[in-house]
Design a protein around this ligand. Structure first.
Ligand code: URA
Length: 432
C-alpha cells in the first residue's frame, strides 16, 4: 500500500497490520515518508485512535527501529523506572540508589527536560564533572561493579521515536494515548531491563490531566510490556502540584540528597518510598510491606546515600557538593515572590510553575538552549497552605532580568480561597 492509502485508511478509522506499520515507521526513519505525511498520519491516529493490539505492534516496530540493548552481560534482574514527566519530579535520583542499595541492579537510561518538565540527565549534570554519556562497556562495567548507573539515552535507541516525538511536539499530537504509550514503551523495551515500573503522573503538570486518562495509559503500557515478556507495573501519582519544594537542576539534586539523608520533604519521601518498594517487588525481593521496610532501612542506615555518591564518583562527579550544597554553582540573584492577599492556596498549577522555572533558565525554551544549573524555584507555600499578604510564596533563583516574566507565569497558576482545599492523594492507584 502507498503511504497515501495508509494515511487515508487511518483517517477513515481503519486498523493497520504490522506490515503497514513497518511501512509507515521504517519509511519515516529512512526518509521515504515525508514529515508532512507522518504528521498527517499521526493526526489521524490522534483523532481515530488505535486498537491495543495495533499499539503493541507499533511499539515493537518503533523499538526495533534502533538498537535493542542486551543487558545479559549484567547478571541478575535489572529494574527500570520511567516517569511520564513532571515538575519537581526528582524521584529517580532517590530511588535508583535506594533500590541499588537493596541489592537490585539499575542500568538506567534517562532523558533531558521536555517542555515544562525536567529531566534526570540535566539534573545529574549540575553535579560538576558528571559524565552522562558512557560507552556501553563502561556502563555495563559500572553496573557490574557498583550495581548502579544512570546515563543519557543513547542516540541509537528507538530512533523512530526521536523523529516522531520531534514532529508531535510541533503538530499538537503529543497528548494521544497510543502515541505516548508506544513512545515510552518502545524506549523501555529497547533499553533491555527485565522489569519496569512506570510512574504515570496525572494533573495540571502532567501530559495526562485526569486520573481516568492516566489509568487508561497505564493499563495500555502494562499490557504492552507484559505482552513483550517484561514484568511491568504502573503507579498513578499526583502532578497537580510540584513534588517536593525545589524545581530546578541543582536545587532538585539537593532536595533528593535530603531525602537520601532522611530529612527530605514528606510528600517526596513518601512517593519515593512507594516507587522504590514497587520496584523491589517487581524484582522479587519480597512483599510490598517487606520491600518498603527495606527501602526505609537503606535510607536510615545511610547506605542509599553512600550508593548515590558512589554512582556520581564513578561517573566523574564532584561528590563534595552532595555533602556541602554551598559548593554547587551559585545563582546570580534571588527574588522573593510575595503573596498579594491573605488566604489558602487552592491551586498551585504545576505546569505554570514548571514554565516559570524554564523562563528562569532551568529548562530550555528551544532545542540546544544552555541551562543555568543554579536557576529555579523553592516553594514556601503549596496547595493547602495558608498565606498572609506580604509573606513569601516562593524564592526564585537565576538572572535578575528573568524574574518579572517568571513571576507573571507563576502567578497565572495561583488561586487563593477562603476555604482550605481538600487534600489530594499523592498516589491514586497501582496498575499491575
Ligand atoms: N514521554 C515520552 O517519552 N513520550 C511521550 O510521548 C510522552 C512523554
Amino acid at each position: 500500500m502507498r503511504i497515501y492509502d495508509l494515511i487515508a485508511k487511518k483517517r477513515d478509522g481503519g486498523t493497520h497490520t504490522r506490515e503497514e506499520l513497518e511501512t509507515i515507521v521504517n519509511g519515516f526513519v529512512s526518509g521515504e515518508v515525508a514529515d508532512y505525511q507522518m504528521a498527517a498520519w499521526m493526526m489521524a491516529v490522534y483523532l481515530r485512535g488505535m486498537t491495543n493490539e495495533e499499539t503493541a505492534e507499533l511499539t515493537d516496530v518503533m523499538a526495533h527501529s534502533g538498537v535493542m540493548v542486551d543487558l545479559s552481560p549484567i547478571p541478575g534482574i535489572k529494574v527500570d523506572k520511567h516517569s511520564t514527566g513532571g515538575v519537581g519530579d526528582k524521584t529517580t535520583l532517590v530511588i535508583a540508589p535506594v533500590v541499588a542499595a537493596c541489592g537490585v541492579k539499575i542500568a538506567k537510561m534517562s532523558g533531558r527536560g521536555l517542555g515544562h518538565t525536567g529531566g534526570t540527565i540535566d539534573k545529574m549534570e549540575s553535579v560538576p564533572g558528571t559524565r552522562t554519556a558512557l560507552s556501553q562497556e563502561e556502563f555495563f562495567a559500572q553496573v557490574n561493579k557498583i550495581g548502579l548507573s544512570v546515563i543519557g539515552q543513547s542516540e541509537g535507541i528507538a530512533v523512530a521515536d526521536k523523529k516522531m516525538y520531534a514532529l508531535r511536539d510541533v503538530t499538537a499530537t503529543v497528548s494521544c494515548i497510543p502515541l505516548i504509550a508506544s513512545s515510552i514503551m518502545s524506549k523501555k523495551l529497547a533499553s533491555g531491563s527485565d522489569a519496569i515500573l512506570l510512574d504515570v503522573t496525572t494533573g495540571t503538570g502532567a501530559f495526562m490531566k485526569t486520573v481516568d486518562q492516566s489509568i487508561e495509559l497505564a493499563e495500555l503500557m502494562v499490557a504492552i510490556g507484559t505482552h513483550h515478556g517484561r514484568r511491568v507495573a504502573a503507579m498513578i501519582t499526583d502532578m497537580d502540584t510540584p513534588l517536593g519544594r525545589n524545581i530546578g537542576n541543582s536545587l532538585e539534586v539537593m532536595e533528593s540528597m535530603d531525602v537520601l539523608k532522611g530529612k527530605g520533604p514528606a510528600d517526596l519521601t513518601e512517593v519515593c518510598l512507594q516507587l522504590a518498594a514497587n520496584m523491589l517487588v517487581l524484582a522479587g525481593k519480597g512483599t510490598p510491606a517487606e520491600c518498603r521496610a527495606m527501602a526505609q532501612a537503606v535510607i536510615a542506615d545511610g547506605s542509599a546515600f553512600a550508593k548515590c555518591k558512589e554512582m556520581f564518583a564513578a561517573q566523574g562527579g564532584d561528590t563534595r557538593v552532595l555533602d556541602d550544597y554551598s559548593l554547587f554553582e551559585q545563582p546570580a540573584a534571588s527574588f522573593e515572590l510575595l503573596a498579594e492577599q491573605d488566604g489558602y492556596i487552592v491551586a498551585n498549577d504545576a505546569e505554570k510553575i514548571g514554565s516559570a522555572s524554564v523562563l528562569l533558565g532551568a529548562g530550555r525554551q528551544k532545542k540546544g538552549d544552555p541551562l543555568d544549573f543554579a536557576a529555579g524555584i523553592t516553594l514556601h507555600k503549596k496547595r493547602g497552605d495558608y498565606v498572609h499578604k506580604g509573606e513569601s510564596l516562593a524564592t526564585f533563583y537565576g538572572a535578575a532580568d528573568k524574574f518579572e516574566a517568571a513571576a507573571a507565569e507563576y502567578r497565572s497558576g495561583l488561586v487563593y480561597g477562603a476555604e482550605k482545599p481538600e487534600e489530594a492523594p499523592l498516589v491514586y492507584a497501582l496498575v499491575t
